[in-house]
Design a protein around this ligand. Structure first.
Ligand code: M6P
Ligand code: ZN
Length: 188
């Protein structure tokens, strides 16, 4: 007879946590993010082993396979380096015609977006916010709240991560806390 089976993977909607098989976990410490924050003095005065964010992803197929999908959850801890909030490295996709969905699960954040011509803009992230990221747009997430920012992501298994442009030149705007409020400041 035909059997009805349970799935190997589950998701907890309250915090985005994924359980089951084919999972990877990555912890991003401050020391691994040397070119992200502007305030070098605050960077050096902060514990290099401080955890800034954690990525969990369900990779049911091999990275690089055309036609598959990856499903992730990222949490960014609350905090600042100087007047900049904790944030992800940010990246373009290696294949610029591969898009991505992000959705807010917990906390308050900003999704920073930048096109190839270095025009930058931003979207608010909150529980229930849904974001479509066009394939050729760089994306970085920032926790502007006082609690954990948790968001989900789904992207093609052959999208790839291109960190180079962001490593070399950053985004063309920085999100800073000015008089207690997040504000986008153009760079140079
Ligand atoms: C999301 C996805 C991942 C990405 C992660 C952290 O979960 O977009 O592909 O790795 O955010 O972002 P980054 O790689 O830029 O640090
Ligand atoms: Zn991406």
């Amino acid at each position: 007879h035909l059997s009805i089976i349970d799935t190997a993977n589950t998701i907890d909607y309250s915090n985005g946590e994924i359980k089951g098989e084919s999972l990877i976990n990555a912890t991003k410490y401050l020391k691994e993010l040397p070119n992200i924050f502007e305030d070098q003095q605050s960077f050096e005065n902060t514990d290099p082993n401080k955890i800034i964010y954690e990525v969990q992803a369900f990779l049911p197929v091999k990275e690089g396979l055309e036609g598959g999908l990856f499903f992730g959850k990222t949490i960014i801890y609350p905090g600042k380096i100087g007047d900049e909030y904790f944030m992800t490295k940010g990246h373009f996709h290696e294949k610029p015609d591969r898009g991505e969905f992000y959705w807010g699960i917990q906390g308050e954040g900003i999704l920073l977006l930048m096109d190839k011509n270095r025009n930058t803009w931003a979207e608010k992230m909150y529980p229930g916010s849904l974001h479509y990221i066009n394939g050729h747009i760089a994306h970085r997430t920032i926790n502007i709240g006082e609690s954990i920012l948790s968001f989900g992501a789904c992207w093609p298994s052959d999208a790839g991560h291109n960190y180079q442009e962001i490593m070399d030149n950053g985004f063309s705007a920085r999100l800073k806390e000015i008089k207690g409020k997040p504000q986008l400041i153009p760079v140079r």
